[in-house]
Design a protein around this ligand. Structure first.
Ligand code: IPE
Ligand code: IPE
Ligand code: MG
Length: 254
């Protein structure tokens, strides 16, 4: 039987050992970082944007193919309006300030999550970021923005159901590969490594379908303090893991 593509998704570089092809990060702990310094929460979010810049640079330097950043969840709307406003302001500023540099660095930007419910100017900026960088061939930088995995899966189910109802898809043709084409992450390989900062150990509605065989690394580092060393340490932990995908260890190993 052929080995599914996702199982061959790690690339090897002699210097760095096993490098994950796709790293996804739940960027958590901005509020606690600020509280520990008696600063307003927005300052934690601002410093979080600096950590995003550092992490994108480190991923480019390490030759990682895909970086997904959980930036705003479907459930984050339940925060107080001023904090939601601060977070929306930061994404606007980030795109305005950083898009040209990302493009010049050959980064391709993709956005997953719902566009409905966003301020129209933010929707337009996200669209512009994707369109401008669509032909770039370097790091694929995926922002999960207004994203919730259950919502994503339900939207995909709805599309698949209407394709079946219209006769465009035979029910027997629906399998994990064909279903995944209806997800926001179509054409993005599943994450190999999911990192969550701040010590929390949960997915919070992030990539529930795609995480089926991801390796998890939970670090106590708060997101605003995350840097290349923290990323390398998570990758080192990943490279020591034995990924079996339900099978057995390679012949010759114990
Ligand atoms: C992560 O930091 C940023 C977002 C969820 C947008 P938090 O704001 O969740 O920080 P904590 O968890 O309260 O410390
Ligand atoms: C998850 O963090 C969402 C993002 C990082 C964008 P939260 O801080 O919102 O998650 P919970 O509420 O602690 O699960
Ligand atoms: Mg949090």
């Amino acid at each position: 039987m052929a080995i599914p593509e996702q199982m061959l998704s790690e690339t090897r570089s002699p210097a760095a050992g096993k490098i994950p092809r796709h790293v996804a990060i739940i960027m958590d702990g901005n509020g606690r970082w600020a509280a520990a310094r008696l600063l307003p929460r927005v300052e934690g979010h601002r410093r979080g944007v600096e950590a995003v810049r550092r992490t994108v640079r480190a991923c480019r330097e390490l030759g990682i193919g895909y970086l997904t950043l959980y930036s705003f969840s479907s459930e984050n709307w339940s925060r107080p309006p001023d904090e939601v406003g601060d977070l929306m302001g930061l994404i606007r500023r980030f795109i305005r300030k950083d898009l040209a540099d990302l493009h010049a660095s050959n980064v391709r930007v993709r956005i997953i999550g719902m566009r409905e419910g966003l301020d129209p100017d933010i929707g337009a900026m996200l669209q512009e970021a994707e369109a401008l960088t669509a032909l770039n061939t370097g790091l694929v930088l995926v922002f999960a923005f207004n994203y919730g995995a259950r919502q994503e899966i339900l939207a995909a189910v709805r599309q698949a159901a209407s394709a079946i109802a219209d006769g465009r898809l035979a029910p027997e043709a629906l399998n994990p590969e064909t279903f995944a084409r209806y997800l926001d992450t179509a054409e993005i390989p599943d994450p190999d490594l999911i990192i969550r900062t701040s010590g929390e150990q949960r997915l919070s509605n992030f990539l529930l379908w795609q995480a089926a065989y991801a390796e998890f690394v939970f670090t106590p580092v708060l997101w605003p303090d995350f840097d290349r060393a923290a990323l390398e340490s998570a990758i080192a932990e990943f490279s020591g893991r034995d990924r079996r995908f339900g099978g057995r260890r390679a012949a010759g190993s114990p």
